[in-house]
Write a protein that binds this ligand. Structure first.
Ligand code: NAP
Ligand code: ZN
Length: 356
């Protein structure tokens, strides 16, 4: 791994893995990191998780991709330099960076701690343009410079490798589960047992809900029960939809492909909610009678704010919840992408940044 970059008034270049063009394999390059400003910390990245969103974006599935693209928004590392005005962190602190690195800090959403919904547009960790007009590059890299207000503290009880995926997968499930009040007496279904889904099972169970996994097959059933689910059903089996009709208070879908919404809405009780966090590349269709009958809610949710991300990390530390990971070398990233696309991940790939 390259040594800590010399920090001065100049930007430095650091090693990273990037897609040079849409759908092209990722390869090693260098990218600029800005000088450490008054309120910035320089973070030596130790681990970076691979989120399915990285694959959607690298392949330009959501459109408006900017290349070369360095993905990675599940970053865990250590502070190696702090700007003169930094108060939250010191050199040696274990920190994380998630999906965004700045926001306007003034709009209603920012003031409500929902910076990811900043009305001026949050600056995303990669594939985005920062407030100085520069491209952002993500966590498949050796170092990153971030404003201290957009970093979170990783509690000592969590190892950095299993903490990295919490920065996206963890918060993306924690936020809706808390918002829609998953807890004792509530029946919660998690659709899709991948990176997001496996954290959803762990967190919903730790919140006290009765958790059901709805997976395409029964292939990962033992894992689902070990992670905290009480029940596990295969969605390829049509009988599942008859047996579970009207069962759930809350369903959270993490499926990366379009979901047949009407079928899943049929699994909700009166006043139940189906919350989509999965972000498929194509639109979905809906028969509105699926929500009219039973006064149901169809909603979406996107990651979580900074304070809520810290709350999630503290919750996970208190409950001993890290991600189940498979650690890979950086040069294995393209192979790992293929396995994610084939739903063959148990349950998050994490890049060891020392191999970049
Ligand atoms: P992942 O690890 O690939 O997990 C997705 C799971 O969905 C798969 O493991 C599979 O589970 C199931 N699945 C995949 N294709 C399916 C299909 N055609 N039909 C039914 N089920 C299918 O991906 P992830 O990293 O958890 O991300 C999931 C989605 O969430 C992606 O679209 C990603 O972009 C999005 N995302 C959204 C947010 C947000 O803030 N809203 C944040 C992060 C990610 P089974 O094998 O169990 O069926
Ligand atoms: Zn993500």
């Amino acid at each position: 791994m390259s040594s800590t970059p010399a920090t001065s008034a100049r930007a430095t270049r650091v090693a990273a893995y990037a897609a040079p063009a849409p759908k092209a394999p990722l390869e090693r390059i260098t990218v600029p990191r800005r000088p450490v400003g008054e309120h910035d910390v320089l973070i030596e990245i130790k681990y970076a998780g691979i989120c399915h969103s990285d694959i959607h974006q690298v392949r330009d599935g959501w459109g408006e991709g900017s290349y070369p693209m360095v993905p990675g928004h599940e970053i865990a590392g250590v502070v190696t330099e702090a700007g003169s005005g930094v108060t939250k962190y010191a050199v040696g602190d274990r920190v994380g960076v998630g999906c965004f690195v700045d926001s306007c800090r003034e709009c209603e959403a920012c003031l409500a701690g929902q910076e990811q919904h900043c009305t001026a547009g949050a600056t995303f960790t990669y594939n985005s343009t920062d407030r100085h007009g520069d491209s952002t590059y993500g966590g498949y890299s050796t170092h990153i410079v971030v404003d201290e207000n957009y970093a979170v503290r990783i509690p000592d009880a969590l190892a950095l490798d299993v903490a990295a995926p919490l920065l996206c997968a963890g918060i993306t499930l924690y936020s809706p589960l808390v918002h829609w009040k998953a807890g004792p007496g509530k029946k919660v279904a998690i659709v899709g047992l991948g990176g997001l889904g496996h954290m959803g099972v762990k967190i919903a169970a730790a919140l006290g809900a009765e958790v059901t996994v709805l997976s395409q097959s029964l292939r990962k059933r033992e894992d689902g029960l070990r992670l905290g689910a009480a029940h596990y059903y295969a969605t390829a089996d049509e009988a599942t939809f008859t047996e579970l009709a009207g069962r759930f208070d809350l369903i959270v879908s993490t499926v990366s492909a379009p979901l047949p919404l009407d079928k899943y809405l049929g699994l909700l009780k009166l006043d139940g909610a189906l919350v989509n966090v999965g972000a498929p590349e194509e639109p979905v269709s809906l028969n509105l009678f699926s929500v009219i009958n039973g006064r149901k809610t169809l909603a979406g949710s996107m990651i979580g704010g900074i304070a809520e991300t810290q709350e999630m990390l503290d919750f996970c530390a208190a409950h001993g919840l890290g991600a189940d990971i498979e650690t890979i070398r950086a040069d294995e990233v393209n192979e790992a992408y293929e396995r994610v696309l084939a739903s063959d991940v148990r349950y998050r790939f994490v890049i060891d940044a020392a191999t970049i």
